[in-house]
Structure formats: structure tokens, C-alpha cells
Design a protein around this ligand. Sequence first.
Ligand SMILES: Nc1ncnc2c1ncn2[C@@H]1O[C@H](COP(=O)(O)OP(=O)(O)OP(=O)(O)O)[C@@H](O)[C@H]1O
Ligand SMILES: CC(C)(CO)[C@@H](O)C(=O)NCCC(=O)O
Ligand SMILES: [K+]
Length: 278
Amino acid sequence: MSESSNPDPVRAPRVLAIDLSNQQIKLSGGGEGVGRCPTPKQDPAAMRGLVESWLFETRYDAVAVASVVPDLKQVVERVVKIHGLPLIEANHETASALGMMDFSHYAGVATLGDDRVANIIAACDGAENEAVVAFDLGTATTVDVAVFTDEGYRYLGGSIAPGVNALGTYLGTMTSQLPTVDPAEIDDAETPAIGTSTRGAISAALLYGYPGMIAGILEATLAELATDNVRVVVTGGAADLFCWDAWPEAERDPSLTVRGVELLGMAGIRMDAVSVND
Ligand SMILES: Nc1ncnc2c1ncn2[C@@H]1O[C@H](COP(=O)(O)OP(=O)(O)OP(=O)(O)O)[C@@H](O)[C@H]1O
Ligand SMILES: CC(C)(CO)[C@@H](O)C(=O)NCCC(=O)O
Ligand SMILES: [K+]
């Protein structure tokens, strides 16, 4: 691999990182702020406009994208190509090629979501732990686990559950007599475990049951890892909903996924190992 072809050696390369997830797109241009907006499903024009607006603002050297929405990824690819920029796919293949993580021990790698790869890459960044666990409480709740070996970090796998919002909408859509409950509107102080109304009963299950599921997954995951030297990182829109009693040292990182995309993008630029829209 050759050295970076960054045209201006004085200026650090800039990567536009895009986390193209099912509900919210997150974008980061290497600065402090992360842009968030609802994913424009079935609206390629809106997607095109969004990427164009970011590329218009700043001179980037490359775009890195983690996508779990294939139709919209194609839109990103086209816009980036028109702008003549390299596109770095933030996925397991790129992470493997760049030597950032070994995915060869995970049987399901062919269908592993890019956001999960980005999450575990970012969670392992700077970690000096035997094991790293990344939780993402988004549309789905995902858990991803890696262990540190003599050859670097090795991805083991994880779990996928419906996101907390799915619990609130499922009953409302699948039954005649139950309302939809938005978890964000539940008042913890006003919600006893023994609910006193229909809405209260559903709220009770959400408030006490969902964290119980997370605690159960974490407990079983930690038991399988069989080490106390674990870093647990938590991200996703609903991350702040739950107390993490099962692992009080759990670190919050609201920008975990997009940071992972950025790390993959920067490594890709440095190694010149990018798929330059060929
Ligand atoms: N403050 C909150 N309290 C309760 N639930 C919340 C809160 N914020 C977000 N949620 C719920 O958490 C879920 C994920 O949040 P959000 O909309 O931010 O998506 P996300 O984490 O970006 O997901 P994805 O990455 O899959 O697009 C949603 O189902 C939302 O209803
Ligand atoms: C689980 C989601 C939806 C979370 O965003 C995404 O990572 C995805 O579509 N994954 C594909 C399946 C897998 O990761 O095994
Ligand atoms: K996500």
C-alpha cells in the first residue's frame, strides 16, 4: 500500500462520516458537532440533498459511510462519485483489510450490519481491555463483542433485540384495545410496577421490563466472556433511558457509530486502501 495521496500535505485529511441508519442519519465532518436528521426512507431526492449540503459546506478528501439502508446507500454512492471523492465503505471488509479487527471467527459476517462494525471499532479504539462490549439502543438494540488477542481485536458476535420503541408500538398496532405508548413520554416517578391503568400497565412493562432485558443480555454476555477486564460502551437514542446498574462503569458515547465510521474513513485515507468508486 502506498502513502496517502492527500493533495495538500499541510492540511490534515478531512472525512465526511455518514451513519446511515434506519431512523436517524448521523453525519460528522471531523469537527465537534454531529448532524442528525430523520432517515428519508423512499425519498432519494431528500437523501441526495442532505449529502450535497454537507459536501457544499466543506472541502472533504473522502466520504466514509456505514449503511444499513441499501437503497439510500446507492444515492450516497452516486453523489460522492459526482463530486469525484473517494468512498470508503465502513464495513467488516474494510476493517479487516485495514487490520483494525479480525472478523474471520464470526460465522455470520456476510450479513453483519455496518453500524455494528462501526460501533465495535469505535468502542475498541483506545481500549486496553481484554474484552469490549458495545450496546446500541436505536431502532434495534444491538450488542457487539470483541476480545483482545495477540493479533489485535477479534470480533466474536453479539445480539439483536427490537428497540424500546418497538415495544411501545407493537401492542398498539397488533391489538384493538391497546394504545401506542411512547417510551420517551413515560414519567418514571409516576409509573409503579403494578400499573393502575391500561397505559400504566404497558408503561410499567416498558420501564421495568426493557432494562431487565438489557441487564439479562449483559449478564449472560459477561458470563461468557469470563473476565472482569471489560469495557462496556453504550450509544443510541434510548441509551439514557436506562440505569446501567449491571455495569455501573458503562461509558456513554452518543456519537459512537459515526465515530467508528470516521475512524475507518481516516484509516482508509491513510492507507490509501479505499475503493475510489472504481
Ligand atoms: N429520550 C428518549 N426516551 C425514550 N426513548 C427514546 C428517547 N430518545 C429516543 N428514544 C427511542 O429510542 C429509539 C432510538 O432512538 P433514535 O430515534 O434516536 O434512533 P437511533 O438511536 O438514531 O436509531 P437508529 O440508529 O437505528 O436510526 C427510538 O425508538 C426512540 O423512540
Ligand atoms: C440490526 C440493525 C437493524 C441495527 O441498526 C442493523 O445492524 C442491521 O440491519 N444488521 C443486519 C443484520 C446483522 O447485523 O446481523
Ligand atoms: K444505528
